[in-house]
Design a protein around this ligand. Structure first.
Ligand code: ADP
Length: 178
């Protein structure tokens, strides 16, 4: 029965899009670039328990980089290190997918670490073969927003998706995190 579920899950991947499974931006735990790693912030990071934290500049839609929780292990809360210092030091790139991308494609891209650096600006598009698997396994979901009359259609970040979200669809069950 498990095998049947995985096969039907695999077939379903073609029909579902990233938008169906993403974690919405409102539900994403992220931190502002102008913040600092004081005791409260570090405690919140620990409580939330995510391994990756998007960092935004100004407004939440404007994600500029991500930090890995493992890189914060030896941060001393008394130093109140500005997030900007660490963000610039690690300079981890963000990856993007369009919200209407089907899950079979996203799965393949994640597997191959091919999630493109930025779909919005084709000139900076490149594939990263050498990123560690973990780094390639979170992507921000983008949508073209055409609803604003005052400005031209623009790319808007609406959520995030990780490999785990796709695998969950594949095996058609919630993964209880270790
Ligand atoms: P983690 O390694 O942090 O447990 P996973 O890649 O295993 O993250 O994803 C687990 C779930 O948590 C997925 O549904 C993913 O979309 C979501 N997720 C990952 N990072 C965050 C975050 N910073 N804020 C909110 N949800 C997140």
């Amino acid at each position: 029965a498990d095998e049947v579920n995985i096969i039907s899950g695999a077939l379903e991947l073609k029909k579902k899009t990233v938008e169906h499974i993403m974690t919405r931006l409102e539900d994403t735990f992220m931190l502002p670039l102008d913040g600092e790693l004081d005791f409260e912030t570090l405690n919140e990071i620990r409580k939330q328990g995510y391994s990756r934290i998007p960092i935004y500049d100004g407004e939440r839609r404007n994600i500029v980089t991500i930090l890995f929780t493992k890189d914060l292990m030896f941060v001393d809360p008394d130093d109140k290190i500005p997030l900007k210092t660490l963000a610039q030091f690690y300079n981890n790139p963000c990856y993007y997918v369009f919200s209407d991308t089907t899950l079979d494609i996203v799965f393949k891209e994640f597997k191959e670490c091919n999630i493109l650096k930025c779909h919005c600006f084709p000139t900076v598009k490149f594939t990263l073969k050498n990123v560690s698997a973990q780094k390639g396994h979170m992507a921000f979901v983008q949508k073209i927003n055409t609803s604003c009359n005052e400005r031209d259609p623009y790319c808007e970040t609406t959520g995030l998706v990780t490999l785990e979200d796709v695998i969950e669809e594949l095996i058609q069950a919630e993964i209880v995190d270790e």
